[in-house]
Design a protein around this ligand. Structure first.
Ligand code: NAD
Length: 257
């Protein structure tokens, strides 16, 4: 009989950088990674948010560093790589969870709104990959945060949809190019309560009722419910998973009526 010794889902000893990691889904992932034993840098543009999240990471008994970044400015991501290498000793896992949204129509959206969204959500993912992958010692995992909007048309989100579609295509292109040493996957969350949407999806609103009714699991997600997918994709248990988009949406996208 074979030994059947599988690789457990564990992040013990991993060094992770979570961009957009000081709020919402990214913050939940950063703290979840820390609870799973990884050293974690959670970063965004805000010095205060970085410091607050770093305190919460340290409270979980792992190492961190305090470093801001802006994904629209490549040199700040180079600084981030250098901090991760000098403070954590290297990078094993990168998560790109930064977000930008603009509610404009297909015919109405102008260059400024389009460029704002795509610069953060799509070009930002490219810059994160280009800046941080060289900090991996030829081995690691990248997890990009996409959205259901990549495959389901939602009103007045054309730039966001195009950016997320691009993130998924870029994830597959990266997975091919960086294999076999580095695995690159994406997570497509459905409706998750976070600071950017807690008013729109507040309990009792028309939108919330509609989403709850259309979702087979009958509700929206808490941000912590995205963490398990990220831990799995970042861990060696996902050693044969690359170029994949893992949808975490309570069944919304694949259900009719
Ligand atoms: N909340 C949802 O329902 C949902 C659904 C699907 C996908 N998503 C995606 O999940 C990711 C996280 O979204 P969230 O809901 O947690 O939002 P959020 O606003 O709580 O978090 C976004 C994070 O990105 C950071 N950020 C924004 N611009 C940045 C920049 N230029 N440089 C560096 N950091 C920057 C913010 O400071 C924040 O920390 C996004 O990619 C979003 O598109 C969210």
């Amino acid at each position: 009989m074979p030994s059947y010794e599988h690789t457990p889902v564990s992040l013990a000893g991993k060094r992770a950088v979570v961009v957009g990691g000081t709020s919402g889904i990214g913050q939940a992932i950063a703290l979840g990674f820390a609870s799973e034993g990884a050293d974690v840098i959670a970063t965004s543009r805000s010095t205060d948010a970085v410091a607050e999240t770093a305190d919460a990471i340290e409270a979980r008994g792992v190492d961190t560093a305090r470093q801001t970044c802006d994904v629209t400015e490549r040199e700040t991501l180079d600084d981030l790589r250098e901090t991760a290498v000098s403070e954590l000793g290297g990078i094993d896992v990168v998560v790109a969870s930064q977000g930008a949204i603009s509610r404009e129509s297909v015919l109405g959206i102008g260059d400024d709104d389009w460029d704002f969204v795509t610069d953060v959500a799509l070009d930002g993912v490219r810059r994160v990959t280009q800046a941080l992958v060289p900090g991996m010692d030829g081995d690691g995992a990248v997890v990009n945060i996409s959205s259901l909007a990549a495959r389901l048309a939602m009103a007045d989100l054309p730039a966001y949809a195009a950016a997320k579609g691009g993130v998924e295509s870029f994830t597959r292109a990266s997975a091919k190019e960086l294999a076999p040493e580095i695995r690159v996957n994406a997570i497509a969350p459905g409706f998750v309560i976070t600071p950017q949407n807690e008013d729109t999806y507040a309990e009792g609103t028309e939108k919330r009722v509609e989403i709850d009714e259309r979702t087979p699991l009958g509700r929206v997600a808490e941000r912590e419910e995205i963490v398990g997918a990220a831990v799995f994709l970042a861990s060696d248990a996902a050693s044969f998973v690359t170029g994949e988009v893992l949808t975490v949406d309570g069944g919304f996208a694949d259900s009719a009526f």
